[in-house]
Design a protein around this ligand. Structure first.
Ligand code: AR6
Length: 167
């Protein structure tokens, strides 16, 4: 049974077993959370991405690398759908959370920190992005004891808090 928790902050500072990265199909870094994770974790993460994912990763899928200098042990990279570019199949978004939990289980991670996948540069409507996160993390059977949603700003924190209280 996974407990979904919420903090406001920077995902790169979270002391958890695994940090989830909102990556892209190329898996070679980018902006947003992806940029922050590669910057804070150092070049080992990119080297690991190149070695482990020579052809990148499909939308909706997840894969892990080491976490370099981050406090976490692993980074679980997921590729959210790019709503702005017309990828609007919601099952691709929920798949990111489900696959991330599966990878966490494979690794034996019991705590994992999640950003709001696709809710930034990829432009997914915010209330639905939050609903996809909360409902999928709650409903997916996993050994992860704590799935920590990390909201980057107060408005997102309030949005997630409202959704957590709703059911
Ligand atoms: N900690 C926690 N949350 C953060 C942080 C941080 N350090 N930085 C941003 N956020 P985004 P996406 C929030 O754009 O929409 C990249 O270029 C942000 O406010 O990081 O899935 C990738 O390489 C938002 O709520 O991810 C892809 O090309 C949420 O994290 C593309 O962006 C997700 O925003 C992925 O876009």
């Amino acid at each position: 049974m996974t407990r979904v928790t919420l903090v406001r902050g920077d995902i790169t500072r979270q002391h958890v077993d695994a940090v989830v990265n909102a990556a892209n199909r190329a898996m070679r870094g980018g902006g947003g959370v992806d940029g922050a994770i590669h910057r804070a974790g150092g070049p080992g993460i990119l080297a690991d991405c190149i070695a482990r994912f020579p052809h990148g990763l499909a939308t909706g899928d997840a894969g892990w690398t080491t976490a370099g200098d981050l406090p976490a042990r692993w980074v679980i990279h997921v590729v959210g759908p790019n709503h702005t570019a017309g990828e609007r199949d919601r099952s691709l978004l929920t798949s990111c959370y489900r696959r991330a939990l599966e990878v966490a289980d494979d690794l034996g991670a019991t705590t994992a920190a999640f950003p709001l996948i696709s809710a930034g540069i990829y432009g997914w409507p915010l209330d639905d992005a939050v609903d996809a996160a909360v409902s999928t993390l709650r409903d997916t059977p996993s050994q992860v004891a704590e799935a920590r949603i990390v909201a980057f700003d107060q408005a997102m924190y309030d949005r997630v808090e409202r959704r957590l209280a709703a059911s």
